[in-house]
Structures are given as structure tokens and as C-alpha cells.
Ligand binder design. Structure first.
Ligand code: 5GP
Ligand code: ZN
Length: 140
């Protein structure tokens, strides 16, 4: 499996950087975003290092999307948001900041007026950890 020693998500996959883990299988990993745009914002990534959509093999995309479905379902069950957006950025113009394939699972509330470029604001780690526990327990 490809890995980049300078990539933050590869370090999370390797366990050298901690995360609030939600799901792990052979090909994918899901964890809380530490700069959440909304409560329950999480990420699903390929375990292998692929910079973006174009460089990710279709079979891997399939594995990631299957995990996205499991995680989004758990987020829906735990937080009962009004909706969930899946967001996936490719390139700087799309505000991609981590060049390792990932999909944002973004719970939405009616009227939250979330912008595409939501900015990175560190979240409350205790609150993120508590939410991670509840979502992890729901992942089927
Ligand atoms: P992008 O901007 O590439 O679409 O999204 C990258 C996401 O990764 C951002 O939402 C950012 O908050 C998140 N992120 C960056 N570094 C870390 C980290 O060390 N841990 C976690 N859990 N998320 C991170
Ligand atoms: Zn990587």
C-alpha cells in the first residue's frame, strides 16, 4: 500500500499521529475532523496514499464510499441532522489542504449557512471525543 512519510493522513493511518477513530477496515479509515465545520464533521480516507480523486484507483473509491455510507448513517442516527453533505476537494482551487484522498461527512442544520470554504477553526477536543464515542458505537 502506498504511503508518504510527509503526509499527515498517512501518519494517522500508521498510528504515529492520534485520531478520534470511527471505523477501520482493510482499505479505509474514518475519524473526526479536528477543525469541525459543524458538530459531527468527520473524514473517511483511503489507507493508501493517493493525492486526489484522479490518482485513486476505482476499486479504492468503492471501498471509501462503502465506509462513507456506514459512517454517514451512524452520524445521521446519532445527531439527527437536517441533512448531510459529502464534500471532496481536488486541488488548491477547490481548497484541498491535505493531499491524501478523503471525503468529508458534513452534518447540516437548516439555516446553518455553511459556506463551501468554511475555514479551519480548531474544535473542542473533549466535545469531539465525546461525539466520536457516540458515533463509533453506532457504526454498523
Ligand atoms: P481538505 O481541505 O483537504 O478538503 O480537508 C482536510 C481536512 O483535514 C480539514 O478539514 C482539516 O481540518 C483536517 N485535518 C487536517 N489535519 C488534521 C489532523 O491532524 N487530524 C484530523 N483529525 N483532521 C485533520
Ligand atoms: Zn497520505
Amino acid at each position: 500500500m502506498s504511503s508518504d512519510p510527509n503526509c499527515i493522513f498517512c501518519k494517522i493511518v500508521a498510528g504515529t499521529i492520534p485520531c478520534f477513530k470511527l471505523l477501520e477496515d482493510e482499505h479505509t479509515l474514518a475519524f473526526m475532523d479536528i477543525n469541525p465545520a459543524n458538530d459531527g464533521h468527520c473524514l473517511v480516507i483511503s489507507k493508501g496514499h493517493h493525492a486526489n480523486l484522479y490518482e485513486t484507483p476505482p476499486a479504492v473509491l468503492g471501498h471509501v464510499m462503502a465506509s462513507v455510507r456506514r459512517v454517514a448513517t451512524a452520524v445521521r442516527d446519532v445527531l439527527a441532522p437536517d441533512g448531510i453533505n459529502l464534500v471532496q476537494a481536488n486541488g488548491k482551487g477547490a481548497e484541498q489542504s491535505v493531499f491524501h484522498f478523503h471525503i468529508h461527512v458534513l452534518p447540516r442544520r437548516i439555516g446553518d449557512d455553511l459556506k463551501m470554504n468554511w475555514g479551519l477553526r480548531p474544535g473542542d477536543m473533549k466535545a469531539i471525543s465525546a461525539l466520536a464515542e457516540r458515533i463509533r458505537a453506532k457504526v454498523a
